[in-house]
Design a protein around this ligand. Sequence first.
Ligand SMILES: CC(C)(COP(=O)(O)OP(=O)(O)OC[C@H]1O[C@@H](n2cnc3c(N)ncnc32)[C@H](O)[C@@H]1OP(=O)(O)O)[C@@H](O)C(=O)NCCC(=O)NCCS
Length: 159
Amino acid sequence: MKADNIVEFCFLAEPTDVNFGGKVHGGMVMKWIDQASYACAAKWSKRYSVTVSANGIRFIRPILVGQMVQVTARIVHTGKSSMHIYVVVRSGDPKENKYVVTNRCFITFMAKDEAGYPARVDTFTPVSDEDKRLEEVAMEAKDFAKQLDKDFEEKLGWK
Ligand SMILES: CC(C)(COP(=O)(O)OP(=O)(O)OC[C@H]1O[C@@H](n2cnc3c(N)ncnc32)[C@H](O)[C@@H]1OP(=O)(O)O)[C@@H](O)C(=O)NCCC(=O)NCCS
């Protein structure tokens, strides 16, 4: 059983997941990221949670049909109602036990109460040095995403 802040999905990339070039659709990978991080947010908060923002999603390598896919979502920071999650996607041939990183991103969820209002979540406290650094990077990504919101509003007049 994984720790309370971690959820991992493992499955095979199917023919219905791929585009004409035989590679998994980017949108499919985003769906897997959203699903694994929803499961991670729900596990941590024990509540229904909604996606607030996906920050810094990166497509590093393609995933091929028939490959084993591993999507790991872990809480790296919590706010009042927000849960900031690091997601890494790896894939590889199931006959060999070698995986490469194909995607990574930060994704933020907000826990909701029964009436749909933001619900407080338990605080996640990073312990290892790596967890502390990951939290720091997640906060930089959040600040950048919030600055983008501000720029759209203030520089372009888009609400
Ligand atoms: C998600 C939603 C409720 C947020 O409402 P909001 O008023 O903009 O929320 P806030 O600005 O108060 O931000 C909420 C939290 O997210 C954090 N946040 C806001 N923008 C963020 C961003 N770009 N990146 C990371 N975190 C962010 C805030 O810091 C805040 O954290 P806190 O609760 O710990 O203080 C609202 O935007 C919404 O309903 N969006 C649609 C959600 C949806 O349909 N998702 C897909 C289906 S689940």
